[in-house]
Every structure is written in structure tokens, then in C-alpha cells.
Write a protein that binds this ligand. Structure first.
Ligand code: SDX
Length: 392
């Protein structure tokens, strides 16, 4: 019992694992990391503090926070040979394809002497991945726009460094505004972990076989890419751009309600939340803050607000308990910051890396951990007589 509800025996019988990292009550729209409510973390902590909490279980002391931040900062560079992996991609390769390939390639740089059953070595892998994902993500972006890679700096915060690696060029340093850095950091936090979602379950299943952490995270990246999961933020902005104006909102809501039409409103609905996604609430506030502070009038936000209003008042969506999810507003913020849509899921993946690796570490630290083996319900033929080809 977590104080919100007591797990029924039936649920426990089907639970795929035990975890102490993230708690969700979908009916009440509750999300807590190690017991800390998501809106407190998003507004009062920074992403690296949340990373520490997810990995270690408690909020860090000042000394622990500084030590952790220094450790991450000092692992942000990647091996210079990793640069060559990018040059094998076509210029129009999707940044998620590059992220998936290059993160898997990290296995060839760091895992040869790794003992995944040694807690300190697992934690060092976790630090390396959290540190290097922004660098690799920014390299994917730079490669896709034909600009030179920009090295990380040790005098910037995690969010500032990512924006620096994205937008600086040799001729001119990108000046990070505090508003943009704060919004970027909050987006990282709101995507950090989310219990046993599809990509986290993918990482746990891959890790249960003893695969190295870099290969497991690459598997998580692949799973997140789908439009039903992490790809929804990119799909949501594409949908808002397709709607284009307020007078077409009703047309798309009607399409989403038409069972004959496979179209779904991107950024709405959730496997678990049958109430407002608490991350969407914070993301919505951040969206308004960023657009106001940057003085941006984005007609897509008007379309998004109109779509949200219609959906929240429409009997179909009310009956099916479809609410805006974390992906509904994040795309508008990222667009306001100047990040292209094909980078949205990359940012989701780099933010979620800490959640993935925290679950990987937790699973390997559990006594009696066995390889995962999801069960199936067999619906095929049985005991058929085989006729050789010569007689068929
Ligand atoms: C993420 O699991 C996680 O935690 C994921 C995530 C995380 O942090 O890791 O939270 C991140 O993936 C958020 C979800 C992002 N995806 C989208 O926004 C894509 C659009 N959403 C849908 O594809 C859908 O809502 C899902 C995939 C998210 C959930 O799909 P389900 O489980 O099929 O939804 P459901 O069972 O609750 O659906 C109930 C009904 C169904 O109709 P019926 O079959 O009952 O007639 O609602 C319909 C669905 O067809 N429905 C929608 C809809 N989502 C569900 N109809 C229109 N538009 C939608 N968005």
C-alpha cells in the first residue's frame, strides 16, 4: 500500500517487477520519484539533482550534489573516435537513428572490463551515460544541419551545456538565456522517469540477460522512438501544424473520434493516467512562461489551447478519460527555443536515460534477479501432421 491505494492481489500477480524508483497513481494523476512529488522536483530541483535522487534514493546534501555534478561534468566528452560513427550516416538521417546507433557503439568503448554485478561499476556506467547523452544528441543535430560538432564546456550547467553544443558555432558562442536554460532543465526533469513504460521495460528486459548498459540504453532509444510513445512530441507538433488554424480544430477532433479512422490526437491519452498527466500541468505552465518571457506569439499555442479546451469538454474524450499528456506542450516549448521537431524525441531519450539506467541498476541489484521471459497465450495450431514438399 502506498497510501493512495493498496495493490490488489490480481495486480501483484501480473506485476512484471518490483521497484522503489517511481510511483504513479493514474486515476489520481499522481507521479512521485522516490516519494518526492513531480511538481516539487520540477519547480524546486534541477535535473542533475533529480538524477541523483533517482539513482541514489534520497535528495543529496550540498556536498553530494556538488560531487555528483562535477562527476557528470567531467564525463561529458566522448571518445574522439566516436565522431567517425556519424560520418557513416546519410545527411538526412533522422537524429534518432544516429542516437540509436551511436549509443549502442559506446559498448565498444567502455564495456569491455565492466562487471555489471559490481554496484560501483554500474554507477560509473550510469554517470557516463547521463553525461554523454547530451553530447551525442547535440552531435546528431549538428551532423543533420551540416555544422561542426561543438565540444562540451565545464563551466556551464547541464542544460546550458546542451544548448551551447546545439547552437554555438566556431564563429560565435551561443548566449544561453536563463529562461531558456530553466525551461530546458525542466523538460529534462519532466521526462526523467515514468515507472514501467514501454522503453523502460525494454531496457530492463535487455538488461536482465546481462547485456551491457550501453546496448540496453540503445534498446530503450529504439523503443521510445515510436509515435505511440516518445515519438508523440514530434507527432504532436506535426499535428498542430497540420491543423494550422483554430477553425480546423473541430475537424481533427471529429477525425480522432471516428473509429473507422486510425487517427489519434497526438499528445492525448495515456496507458496509465486516466486523469491529467501531472507533468502536462507543469509543462503547460512552463510553456506559457517561456512564450511570455521570450515575447513569442505562437499561433500553434492558440491551436493547442483550443484543442485542449474542446477535448476536455467533449463527451467522447471525457468518457474515454483522454487528457493531454507530457508530450502535448513540450513540443511548443522546444519549438520556441529553436529546436527542430526531429530533435524532440532525441531530447526525450536523453532526459529518460537516467530513468532507464536507474531501473537497470535497481534490477541488477535485486537478489535472485533472473532473465526476463514474458509469457504468451498460444493461439496457433497444434500437433499437425507434416507432409514433405515432394508430396505437397
Ligand atoms: C508517453 O507509458 C508511459 O508512461 C509513456 C510516457 C512516459 O513518460 O514514458 O508517459 C510517455 O508515451 C505518453 C503517451 C504519448 N503518446 C501519444 O500522445 C500518442 C497518442 N496517444 C494514444 O496513442 C494513446 O492514448 C496511448 C498509446 C498513449 C495509449 O493507448 P491505449 O492504451 O490504447 O489508450 P486507451 O486504452 O486508454 O484508449 C482508450 C480508448 C480507445 O478507444 P476504444 O478502443 O476504447 O474505442 O481511447 C482511444 C482508444 O482508441 N484513444 C484515443 C486516443 N488515445 C486513446 N482516441 C483519440 N486520440 C487519442 N490520443
Amino acid at each position: 500500500s502506498a497510501g493512495y491505494f493498496t495493490y490488489d492481489p490480481g495486480f501483484l500477480a501480473t506485476a512484471s517487477c518490483e521497484s522503489a524508483i517511481t510511483f504513479i497513481d493514474g486515476d489520481k494523476g499522481v507521479l512521485q520519484h522516490r516519494g518526492y512529488p513531480i511538481d516539487s522536483l520540477a519547480k524546486q530541483a534541477d535535473y542533475l539533482e533529480v538524477c541523483y535522487i533517482l539513482l541514489n534514493g534520497d535528495a543529496p546534501t550540498k556536498a553530494q550534489y556538488e560531487d555528483f555534478t562535477n562527476t557528470i561534468t567531467n564525463h561529458t566528452m566522448v571518445h574522439e573516435k566516436l565522431v567517425h560513427f556519424f560520418h557513416g550516416f546519410l545527411p538526412d538521417a533522422h537524429p534518432m537513428a544516429m542516437l540509436c546507433g551511436v549509443v549502442g557503439a559506446l559498448s565498444s568503448f567502455y564495456h569491455s572490463d565492466l562487471d555489471i554485478h559490481a554496484p560501483d561499476q554500474r554507477m560509473r556506467s550510469a554517470h557516463r551515460l547521463i553525461a554523454k547523452m547530451p553530447t551525442i544528441a547535440a552531435m546528431a543535430y549538428k551532423y543533420s544541419i551540416g555544422q561542426p560538432f561543438v565540444y562540451p564546456r565545464n563551466d556551464l550547467t547541464y542544460a546550458e551545456n546542451f544548448l551551447h553544443m546545439l547552437f554555438s558555432v566556431p564563429a560565435e558562442e551561443y548566449v544561453v538565456s536563463p529562461t531558456v536554460a530553466r525551461a530546458m532543465d525542466r523538460i529534462f526533469t519532466l521526462h526523467a522517469d515514468h515507472e514501467q513504460n514501454a522503453s523502460t521495460s525494454t531496457v530492463r528486459l535487455a538488461g536482465s540477460s546481462g547485456a551491457n548498459p550501453y546496448a540496453c540504453i540503445a534498446a530503450g532509444v529504439a523503443s521510445l522512438w515510436g509515435p505511440a510513445h516518445g515519438g508523440a512530441n514530434e507527432a504532436c507538433l506535426t499535428m498542430l501544424e497540420e491543423i494550422g488554424s483554430l477553425d480546423r480544430v473541430d475537424e481533427f477532433v471529429a477525425k480522432a473520434k471516428d473509429k473507422a479512422d486510425p487517427f489519434r490526437l497526438m499528445g492525448f491519452g495515456h496507458r496509465v493516467y486516466k486523469n491529467f498527466d501531472p507533468r502536462a500541468t507543469v509543462m503547460r505552465e512552463t510553456c506559457h512562461e517561456v512564450l511570455t518571457e521570450l515575447g513569442i506569439q505562437d499561433p500553434l499555442l492558440d491551436v493547442a489551447m483550443a484543442l485542449e479546451k474542446v477535448a476536455l469538454e467533449d463527451p467522447y474524450f471525457i468518457e474515454k478519460k483522454l487528457y493531454p499528456n507530457v508530450d502535448f506542450y513540450s513540443g511548443i516549448i522546444l519549438k520556441a527555443i529553436g529546436i527542430p521537431t526531429n530533435m524532440f524525441t532525441v531530447i526525450f531519450a536523453m532526459s529518460r536515460t537516467v530513468g532507464w539506467i536507474a531501473h537497470w541498476d535497481e534490477m541488477l541489484g535485486q537478489a535472485g534477479q533472473k532473465i526476463g521471459r514474458p509469457r504468451q497465450k498460444y493461439t496457433g495450431e497444434i500437433d499437425r501432421k507434416f507432409i514433405p514438399l515432394s508430396e505437397r
